[in-house]
Design a binder for this molecule. Structure first.
Ligand code: DX5
Ligand code: ZN
Length: 231
């Protein structure tokens, strides 16, 4: 799955920017984005401020692409369920910010969304493996959260590999997402480590043709493991 991040899009034209990745080519024959990644920042959990619930509600009405809301905010226990109620497909909270992550996951699912848990680059995975049994997606941050356009941190792939092993041995059922610095040069190593869903901001919205950029990323993933991605 490819999830373009609108953090690098033109915020005055979000509907058009979503439409630009909805279809992989002009005929609509090929792919397009699987999810649209929405980075919500509160200037407290991260040193940056972006958009919040009203924009997500408007985007939900403006596009059919499922919304993947990544909440880089404090007190997600209070705020995250509103994004699920607004119709987001997946709502991801940070383990470093959640007070009662089990209850939070339950609330997100009850509101009709997938529940996602994110870990920053320096946060280890091991202490949270049991917690992940309550979640549907794991978002491994491959840059420090807060800004687009940063360089990929390859060391986080060890956490992807560990999660992949737990999934492949039947100990976890999870979709593994990676977020930060994903582009033509880095996506293949992430795919080889076992990522299911690739978030890309600047590599998509910094390109002349965002729709084509999505398909180019997808082609790179397929090349790494044609068997796994053939179905
Ligand atoms: C960073 C955000 C990312 C960001 C990725 O805090 O969570 O989703 O948009 O941007 P790129 O792909 O440019 O690193
Ligand atoms: Zn993100």
């Amino acid at each position: 799955m490819i999830a373009p991040s609108i953090l690098s899009a033109d915020f005055a034209r979000l509907g058009e920017e979503a439409a630009a990745v909805a279809r992989g080519d002009a005929d609509g024959a090929a792919g397009g984005a699987d999810w649209l990644h929405v980075d919500v920042m509160d200037a407290h959990f991260v040193p940056n401020l972006t958009i919040g619930l009203p924009v997500v509600q408007s985007l939900r009405a403006a596009t059919d692409i499922p919304l993947d809301c990544h909440l880089m905010i404090e007190d997600p226990d209070r705020w995250a369920p509103g994004y699920a109620e607004a119709g987001a497909r997946n709502v991801t909270v940070h383990v470093e910010a959640a007070h009662d992550p089990v209850m939070l996951a339950r609330n997100l699912r009850a509101a009709g969304a997938l529940a996602g848990l994110s870990i920053k680059p320096n946060t280890p995975l091991d202490p949270y493996v049991e917690l992940l049994a309550h979640y549907d997606t794991l978002l491994v941050m491959s840059v420090e959260p807060g800004f687009g356009g940063q360089s990929f941190i390859p060391e986080v792939l060890d956490k992807v590999r560990a999660a992949r092993r737990s999934i492949d041995t039947g100990h976890l059922r999870l979709l593994v997402e990676i977020d930060g610095g994903i582009n033509a040069d880095t996506i293949e190593q992430a795919a080889e480590a076992g990522v299911d869903c690739f978030v890309a901001g600047s590599a998509v919205y910094g390109a002349d043709d965002p729709g084509r950029a999505v398909e180019a990323l997808r082609d790179s993933v397929r090349r790494t493991n044609p068997h796994r991605w053939s179905s």
